[in-house]
Design a protein around this ligand. Structure first.
Ligand code: FES
Length: 106
C-alpha cells in the first residue's frame, strides 16, 4: 500500500509524493526525486535528512529514537517540536495527506 504526502522543497515549491509502506520517509523522498543529501546514508548521524512534519499529522508517527533525539538536539537552532530525521521515520497510514517541509538549503 502507499499514501500521498505533500512535500515543500528547499525552494518553497510544493508537490505531491507517493510513499510506499516498505519505505522510510527518506527513501520515499529520494524515490520522488527530492534532492535530500542524506550524507550518512540513513544512519541517524548527519541530520541532512531533517524534515518538518505538519502538526496535524506529527502525532501519527512513532516516537523518535534516542539517536534521533540526540541529533536533533545538536541542530536545535533549526529543529523544532515537529522535526524528524526522515531516515528514521517509518511509514504509517496516518501520514496520508500530510505536508512535509524539507529543511531550507538542504
Ligand atoms: S541520512 Fe543522515 S541522519 Fe538521516
Amino acid at each position: 500500500m502507499s499514501i500521498n504526502i505533500n512535500v515543500i522543497d528547499e525552494n518553497g515549491e510544493e508537490r505531491s509524493a507517493e510513499w510506499h509502506e516498505d519505505q522510510t520517509l527518506l527513501e520515499a523522498l529520494l524515490a520522488n526525486q527530492f534532492p535530500v543529501l542524506a550524507t550518512c546514508g540513513g544512519n541517524a548521524s548527519c541530520a541532512t535528512c531533517h524534515a518538518y512534519i505538519d502538526p496535524e499529522h506529527f502525532a501519527s508517527l512513532g516516537e523518535r529514537t534516542e539517536a534521533e533525539e540526540d541529533l536533533l538536539d545538536m541542530v536545535d537552532d533549526i529543529s523544532n517540536e515537529y522535526s524528524r530525521l526522515s531516515c528514521q521515520t517509518e511509514f504509517t497510514e496516518g501520514m496520508d495527506g500530510a505536508t512535509v517541509t524539507l529543511k531550507p538549503g538542504m
